[in-house]
Design a protein around this ligand. Structure first.
Ligand code: SAM
Length: 211
């Protein structure tokens, strides 16, 4: 296992909270790893069960460090430097938080609608928390926005967002994503590569189950 202790820059930690690692999560984690790698930040995926075989795309992903240990054990002596990104926090993340915290912690949970507040599993460990505005984001979006705020110093309410985008999944059907995304340069919501195809495939499967 690589040494997760930060030497410079910020460390972004996703604590994996599910027993499995589904295709959706693997696309999100791969994207987080590549973006952190490209911007000089570190990315650690913690609490990955030793019995879990990493999906192929994560096995050699540049910028990805994987740990079986949990956050509390890894950063036991740096708890005051950890900021939990928490949809229920009373304060929003701001650019100056980049000076207060070195480690930004996220729940490795798939989004759900309505949100089940599984981030509470990390909140009860007593980390300082910050919110990224009022709407639920996917985990890769939450990491992207945090980087934009603490590294690029953009205020959280000045990030260009697209809320609840409609995705066309076939000629006659579309589905609305119950999340907030960052708007890319092409005007589209930024999503991991392969995610739209996976959403299409999953919704065809859903339809297949009904037939
Ligand atoms: N429904 C979820 C829950 O049960 O808490 C939200 C999970 S969200 C898909 C995954 C992670 O992204 C959260 O654990 C949190 O760290 C981060 N996140 C997403 N939206 C956020 C927001 N508006 N403010 C702060 N953190 C957020």
């Amino acid at each position: 296992m690589a040494n997760p202790n930060p030497t410079s820059g910020k460390t972004f930690v996703v604590e994996h909270l599910d027993p499995e690692l589904e295709a959706w999560s693997s696309l999100e984690y791969y994207t987080i790893a590549s973006e952190c790698h490209a911007t000089g930040a570190k990315f650690l995926l913690s609490s990955v069960p030793a019995s879990l075989k990493l999906p192929a795309n994560l096995q050699h992903a540049a910028g990805l460090m994987v740990e079986t240990r949990g956050m509390e054990e890894i950063y036991a002596d740096q708890k005051d430097k950890v900021c939990l990104l928490d949809p229920a926090a009373s304060e929003d993340l701001c650019p100056d938080d980049g000076g207060l915290f070195d480690i930004f912690l996220f729940g490795g949970i798939l989004g759900d609608d309505p949100p089940r507040d599984r981030t509470s599993e990390l909140r009860k460990k007593g980390y300082q928390g910050r919110r990224l505005g009022p709407l639920q984001m996917t985990t890769d979006t939450a990491v992207r926005v945090t980087r934009m705020v603490v590294q690029d110093k953009i205020a959280v309410d000045k990030v260009p967002y697209i809320d609840h985008p409609e995705l066309k999944i076939s000629k006659n059907e579309s589905t609305q994503m119950p999340f907030r995304y960052v708007q890319g340069k092409d005007g589209q919501p930024i999503m991991p590569e392969g995610m739209v195809d996976l959403i299409k495939k999953d919704s065809e499967k859903g339809l297949g189950d009904l037939l």
